[in-house]
Design a protein around this ligand. Sequence first.
Ligand code: PLP
Length: 369
Amino acid sequence: MVDRWISKRTEHFDSSGIRRVFDLAAKIENPINLSIGQPDFDVSDRTKEAAYRAIREGKNGYTLTQGIPPLKTKLQKKVDDEFNHDDRELFISSGTSGGLTVAMLSLIDPGDEVILFDPYFLVYPSIVRLAGGVPIIIDTHPDFRIDINDVQEAITDKTKAIIFNNPSNPTGVVATEEEVRGLANLAKEKGIVLISDEIYSDFCFDAPFVSPAKYNDQTIVVTGLSKSHAMTGWRVGFVHGPKALIDAMLRIQQYTFVCAPQPLQWAAVEGLDEDLTDHIHAYQKKRDLIYNGLSDLLEIARPCGAFYIYPKAPGGSGIAFVEKAIKNKILTIPGTIFSKHDSHFRISYAASNETLEQGIESLRKLIKS
Ligand code: PLP
């Protein structure tokens, strides 16, 4: 009876695919879990202490919509030092997801087309539709590289934005500087908003990370500390871009998310001073472990960043392979969550080395069987 009250909009949020995997996985005792999208290290003690301190000192109320001044100023300085753009402003969002949602709601009108690359981070098509936009999907299989000609062909007079995620979830592929420059210049030339999701930018192993904002000063960058500082539950992200667009996003944030949690914004001020080198090296080693452990048996586009690899499924179907793997206690995610194709599956190597070694051994057995 109450079902008739549910809005049509919710139909764009179909989580049945991933729920099916989690339901199957919940029945497995002691699984080898290679499905998780968050680091296996914890928030540092120093950053935790800063959060406890903020709570004890009563820093528990609302903050300014744009975030607490010490965090905003510190991030703005980093951004200014990096890009040196005259018109680049910043605000603290409720995680990167909050930043993406606010960006969509303030930029996309009904009927606007938004270009996405398949495979994509699973929420992109849904949040585009939430804003009334139309996702236009460019296929990047099998090498997951961005072909500027494909983007050029996909652009119409309705194209409003491009969402670009680099390093990529789910493939772990990192775009070359040439690809990034090509996309940045094309967006600028065509007057299209380029939204760059840089949440994995610290996890870039083989070459320095390059933001399209280096080439296109109108790029909107959405990012956050969830992955770099292992604080996925703390909801601290930030967005920077041209001032007029940031002002529009703040109007939406003020009436929706309001602000990111205050004590955790104070903790983030401390977190930004942390040296992440050891974590990044450890993740590079995990990447080597999993890639070297499986690449003779599986077709895998070389993963240079984030903490995922995206092999082609033996037998052809990602769903069938993931279900078979679950029966062997290995949890991974089928590519259909991120793609129109049922051909790949995602392995997250954000796990202990022991789990990764078990996973490699079990996957090798399964593939050979
Ligand atoms: N963007 C990408 C590409 C992601 O993979 C994720 C999380 O998995 C997010 C955004 C969301 O990040 P947050 O936890 O900061 O909202």
